[in-house]
Design a protein around this ligand. Sequence first.
Ligand SMILES: [Zn+2]
Ligand SMILES: [Zn+2]
Length: 468
Amino acid sequence: MIARPFLLRRLLELKLIDESAVAALEHDGIVTLADLELALAERRSRVAAPEFARAATALAQEPRPLTLGRAWDIVTALISAIESHCPLVQSAEASGSVRRAEPLVSAIVITGRAVDPARAVDQIAALPLASEILSRAARRLVLLFQGHEIDVRLAAPDEYGTLLFTTTGPASHVAEVIARRGPRLAASETDVYAHAGLAFLPAETRGTRDALARAASRSVPELVDRLHIRGDLHMHTSYSDGRDSLRQMVHAARMLGYEYIAITDHSEHAGASRTLTLDDLARQRDEIMRIREEVRDMTILHGIEVDILPDGSLDCPDKVLAALDIVLASLHEREGHDGARLTRRSVNAIRHPLVSVITHPGNQLVGRRPAYDMDYAAIYAAAAETHTLLEVDGAPSHLDLSGERAAEAIAAGVTLVIDSDCHKAPALDRQMRMGVGTARRGWVEPRHVLNTRSLSEVRAFLARKRAR
Ligand SMILES: [Zn+2]
Ligand SMILES: [Zn+2]
């Protein structure tokens, strides 16, 4: 059997096309599901038959989509291989749904810039890591890498903006932008949008309902960026279910240039594999005091991630919480409660004077469980009124609040915090980036996010609620 990209293999198996049609599709550059979706959105004639639209919908569900975290790791590994072994590729980056920070990724696309794209493709094809080439064209390679199909696309620098734009998607957005004034090859995405009479749109916003309207009216704000983030207020250590020691987490955070962090291990009754007893918490406080002596250029706040118990109370006595710098509360266990009861538990915690942050407020588990079906408007209103922060959690299993909910929360006047919820030192930056990407999907700006501010502003915000 000839190795083929997933799309062509499945279309053949479904008997939607025969071998001669495969050649025709390849000739048109339709070899991945993303190509088919774009061709359908642009109403290209070859795929006009309705069965292609039905196949695209069905196939989109088929390949077990990867989490953003897994896709991120695969992309990072392949890009670093390209950067070290393919000097003809000037730069390479993630495109497609990874670039849009979608929680589930159905297709991995990498785009690269090369003065001579055809020769650069030869270099990538020769990488020992690429176990199998599934499809090959002058500026493109579909290959298997770590068992996953990856679409590698190259363009000359003066056409790169168009390639990056079209591969980033989503298909409906690409088709709408191109339909305005026709296609044009451009060096940058800014030029692609300018040609269409639009302001540049950050990749993460392109799938949102109001994206085109904002671009047309030129009301695209500066969104929060990784470089705005001055600290990380949610991470775990080996005191609870984190892999690395407190000291390792502190030093890794310091290497990222953070001005402050909070250590927030799990309270005793959390379902985590290891949790903190009150004795552990006291030992942890002492260790933090010792490390503060060594690390003078970054402030270490001592916090906790406390469970919101079935009756809405917290899994830790108030007098212990009052001695901590920051208190995160989370609704880990549903306990069979319906949305109304979960909402009451959450609002109860929000109204608790010692709770600073509600972490992963909907407790989504990406690909496994949707966010709780709560009355989010009531949660936003209570959070805004009491100066309680709602979190955009960057752990790839959570990514919660979602971009959509983050947009609702800021519209309701809530201040957000973006955290890594990291359980191992090497992932601190990656998870913060995924949190930032998720917030950007909700048009979140630096002014909406507490941890873009200085330590004294952070402390003042936290003190304000306690003083109420
Ligand atoms: Zn949690
Ligand atoms: Zn956590």
